[in-house]
Design a protein around this ligand. Structure first.
Ligand code: BDR
Ligand code: CA
Length: 310
């Protein structure tokens, strides 16, 4: 099993990402750390605890940073609702967050283990940047960072910036310039990772609690997409599971090694990942840039994983 640490801000698509990671049975999930993003830290932390309770797994959950490195927090309640994961009624958490912070937990796990660990961030990169700045000597212990964020050809917060990067651009700049290998699933691929009404009904019909939760999460999540993204023709962009799906089966994706940096202070482009897709700068690539997906295989991967859950 691949040892991973998941850093997320659940979040509807973060929840499905976690279900894919657990249900696939392919990962040794050392920790879940929570980022502030889709909702406040208090709410994303509570949502992570609820998910661990629902999935009946023994994964420690650690509280992350409350705010971006230099900026005020921006939340996405207009997509994810007042609690950050609105829609289904989930069990109240039966466990509490660990006493260590997210950043301390990452340091401890990477120090203790002899094998390298993959980090999977699906929210703003505040915790990861703080960790890399505080413990630079542990970078060689990170196998890679497989993240959801950014995009080359489109934005969802501004015409060019994606939410996770826009919320904490300075943190993203630290991560992208860290020298740690990065796989980036940005909006180029995640806006093709669509879930449609007929997919949602398939999940509902699985007959287990998790299938029902996925369907109810996607019912809520789709409201925003149908209203605000008619270009997606009724589909909702199931962003975050891409970061896990790529680790499970890269053959369902198209990717290219590219040089990527982050604009932290643009006039129009703050929070944009600048992806040198055509290698015009002739810089050494620092990112495995994922830009296309076989949508049917992706949904099937998630479906098979959810079938195996409680
Ligand atoms: C990203 O922003 C969040 O709202 C989603 O969970 C995803 O991680 C998409 O831009
Ligand atoms: Ca997320």
């Amino acid at each position: 099993k691949l040892p991973i640490i998941i850093d997320c801000d659940p979040g509807h698509d973060d929840a499905v990402m976690l279900m894919l990671a657990v249900g696939s049975g392919l990962f040794d999930i050392k920790a879940i750390t929570t980022s502030a993003g889709n909702q406040t830290q208090a709410k994303t932390l509570k949502n992570a605890l609820k998910l661990v309770t629902l999935l009946e797994v023994d994964i420690p959950v650690y509280k992350g940073c409350e705010k971006p490195l230099f900026r005020e927090l921006i939340i996405a309640d207009y997509v994810h609702g007042e609690m950050g994961m609105d829609g289904p009624t989930l069990p109240e958490p039966t466990l509490r967050p660990e006493t260590l912070s997210a950043v301390e937990a990452m340091a401890l796990i990477l120090t203790e283990r002899s094998e390298k660990i993959t980090i999977v961030p699906t929210g703003p990169l505040t915790n990861i940047a703080t960790f890399l700045l505080a413990y630079p000597h542990l970078k060689p212990k990170i196998e890679q960072i497989s993240l959801m964020g950014g995009g080359a050809f489109r934005g969802n917060m501004t015409p060019t910036a994606e939410f996770n990067i826009y919320v904490d651009p300075e943190a993203a700049a630290v991560v992208f310039n860290s020298g740690v290998p990065i796989t980036m699933c940005g909006l180029d691929v995640t806006h093709k990772a669509l879930v449609f009404q007929e997919d949602i009904e398939r999940f509902r019909k699985i007959g287990n609690q998790s299938g029902k939760v996925v369907a109810e999460l996607m019912d809520f999540f789709s409201i925003f997409y149908r209203r605000e993204r008619p270009e997606l023709e009724g589909g909702a962009a199931l962003h975050d599971p891409c970061a896990i799906a790529y680790l499970i089966d890269p053959s369902i994706f198209s990717a290219k090694k590219c040089y990527v940096d982050v604009e932290v202070n643009g006039k129009l482009t703050t929070g944009t990942t600048v992806v040198d897709f055509f290698d015009v700068l002739k810089q050494k690539p620092n990112v495995n840039f994922v830009y296309d997906i076989d949508r049917t295989k992706y949904i099937n991967l998630i479906y098979e994983a959810v079938q195996k859950l409680p």
